[in-house]
Design a protein around this ligand. Structure first.
Ligand code: THU
Length: 160
């Protein structure tokens, strides 16, 4: 068997000063979204903000439930709101911020596998890459210029 390897392209900023104005605004919106998080079980607040091609921003946060598997992640909450509010708009970028009530989170947290899969479908449907930004409560920012970059070897519509 041939040994193959994969290069994943991403960007790292030390703080929001190294980001564009548009990116900083979206990171702030994602931080704002953590305020509406319902996370009494994990104490882990996740906020997501989507920038659409008309300049509007849609926020979502994680919504937990006493029956744990029922909970929604922030990314999918924001994506569901987008489909309801602005189905025909394209998503330019998503910012994801996390904040814990237990400890200071100074590293970005990446979207879970299910959220990546759902984000990927949005990227495929709109036929335009979605930039992904991640940041903790403070600290460095990770930027991926496409959801595909976060999830190589994905399962998509062309697989069946
Ligand atoms: N969570 C998200 O909202 N997004 C992710 O991509 C990862 C996890 C939430 C789910 C749960 O409410 C909390 O974070 C702890 O797992």
């Amino acid at each position: 068997m041939e040994n193959k390897s994969l290069k994943i392209n991403y960007f790292l900023a030390r703080n929001a000063d190294e980001c564009s104005q548009e990116e900083s605004t979206l990171l702030a919106a994602a931080e704002h979204a953590t305020l509406s998080s319902h996370s009494p079980y994990s104490k882990f607040r996740v906020g997501a903000a989507l920038l659409l091609d008309d300049g509007s921003i849609i926020e979502g946060s994680n919504q937990e439930n006493a029956s744990f598997p029922v909970g929604f992640c922030a990314e999918r909450t924001a994506l569901s709101a987008k489909v309801a509010i602005a189905p025909d708009k394209k998503i330019i970028m998503i910012a994801i911020r996390v904040r814990s009530e237990i400890k200071l989170v100074n590293q970005p947290a990446a979207p879970c596998g299910i959220c990546r899969q759902v984000l990927l479908e949005s990227e495929e449907i709109q036929n335009q890459n979605i930039r992904v930004l991640m940041q903790g409560e403070q600290g460095p920012i990770l930027r991926f210029d496409a959801v595909k970059d976060l999830m190589p070897f994905y399962f998509g519509a062309s697989d069946f």
